[in-house]
Ligand binder design. Sequence first.
Ligand code: S6P
Ligand code: ZN
Length: 191
Amino acid sequence: MLAIDEILSRYDPSTGALDGKPAVRRHLADLRGCFADVRAYESALERGNPLVYSVAAVEPARGEGDLGYGIGLIVPGKVGREYHMTKGHLHAWRPAAEFYFGLSGEGVMLLEDEATGASRMVRLRPHEAVYVPGHTAHRTMNVGAVPLTYLGVYPARAGHDYGAIAERNFRGLVVESGGQPTLVDRASFIP
Ligand code: S6P
Ligand code: ZN
């Protein structure tokens, strides 16, 4: 039987903190290559290197059948017309799906099928769950004015593959247009 601290964990839905778990913190400089508007990115960096998001995870075991979960917090903000976002990844073990649950704030997820490149933008809000199928790259954005927190549950052996995304990025891009998050094609986006 697992120890009680591996069975029961306590999280704060407003701060994204997980008791006893360190958070990985990603700052603007860690997101080089993610934003399509390079000029806006470089001038934001000249003004400072703010925290963009943090993630803390509970991963009790890595065996087949085990689960892990992570809590993310994305600070509100934009670079040009692009919202603060996560790096985005595929799972190293490609068949691994994931469930996301919105805890607070207002977000969207960008999902991209690895085989076809088909993209979809999906809302991520409290009381809503987003199913990310296997073989699907996923990135999360805060499109609101307050911190976005969410919980992602995944097979413990999912792992992260950031390399494929770092090389070619997502084909889709979520930008603010008329005050709304809008999915556009990265290749044809003119900042
Ligand atoms: C893990 C899950 C999340 C992300 C988190 C940060 O499978 O999807 O916990 O790790 O949203 O995003 P990223 O792309 O920096 O890992
Ligand atoms: Zn994931």
